[in-house]
Ligand binder design. Structure first.
Ligand SMILES: [Zn+2]
Length: 284
């Protein structure tokens, strides 16, 4: 029964851009006899997609250089030899600077396609997004978040959970430290479980962290009991939760900065009004 369900759930082959930019390594894509899919990768048309260039540090278009073999158009209309076992690579070049290249290596084995190599990695492509969190997450923990993504991109599940869990703990403990500095007693805090700590701090923590306090339990289960495949399935959701929590921190920070600027501007206006009213005594 379960097997039938799995077969019914068989995924369609995604647009090639998904293979290049989103899939982690070693994800199996059953070709289901679709030789045309591999033909498009090997013979063309040239691959082209928009992506963040990690070298230019901005969006760019990546394109293959036209290097198609002669006689490509001479192949028969139907050519199942494209489904034969093979390893091939695709290199695309940044259109802002052709020295910037994104390289992909694929393998077809028994009609299953896998991306077996890529440079830069899917995780590196996501890093610029994570760098936005620098104002609200210590550099060492930003690095751990990147490690989690890096491991996931290379097909590791439970190991990636370890790093996500450390970042989650950090977000709670940072708030406890801030509370203590502000003079809060936090009695018995150190002996509490993490979900209890979140409850004790909920008046200070970002709403998303309080809402998803059970995520810590899932992260711990991932480290101790869940199997690899389940960890890999859950990872994107838990990563998203951490990012939503960090977004809350960023939003709170911009609001605080905006209010500080407003305070400063208003104080200036107030001081000017006071000075003017001193210089011009009111007419008797
Ligand atoms: Zn570039």
């Amino acid at each position: 029964m379960a097997d039938d369900e799995i077969e019914d759930d068989e995924e369609e082959l995604p647009p090639l851009k998904t293979l290049f930019l989103e899939d982690g390594l070693y994800r199996e894509r059953d070709l289901g006899g679709d030789w045309g899919y591999i033909k498009r990768m090997i013979v063309g048309p040239d691959q082209q997609f928009d992506a963040h260039c990690v070298y230019c540090k901005q969006m760019s278009t990546f394109k293959e250089k036209v290097m198609r073999g002669s006689g490509a158009g001479m192949r028969p209309v139907e050519d199942k030899t494209y489904l034969s076992d093979r390893v091939f690579s695709i290199t695309t070049y940044c259109q802002r600077n052709e020295k910037h290249s994104y390289l992909y290596v694929f393998e077809v084995k028994r009609q299953v396609l896998q991306k077996i190599g890529q440079s830069p990695s899917v995780a590196e492509l996501a890093f610029p997004l994570l760098d936005n969190y620098e104002p609200v997450l210590e550099r060492a923990y930003l690095k751990e978040l990147k490690t989690a993504l890096g491991l996931f991109a290379h097909g590791v599940g439970a190991g990636a959970f370890v790093y996500l869990r450390r970042v989650f703990e950090k977000l709670v403990h940072d708030e406890a430290e801030a509370a203590r500095k502000a003079g809060e007693a936090l009695t018995g805090f150190d002996d509490m479980r993490l979900d209890q700590k979140i409850e004790a701090l909920q008046h200070r923590l970002p709403p998303a962290l309080v809402k998803y306090k059970l995520a810590y339990g899932v992260l711990s289960a991932g480290v101790h009991t869940l199997d690899e495949a389940t960890c890999k399935r859950y990872f994107p959701v838990l990563q998203q939760i951490i990012m939503v929590i960090l977004d809350d921190h960023l939003a709170a920070r911009s609001k605080r900065l905006a209010l500080e600027q407003l305070d400063a501007a208003f104080n200036k206006v107030h001081a000017e009004v006071k000075t003017k009213s001193k210089k011009k005594p009111s007419v008797p």
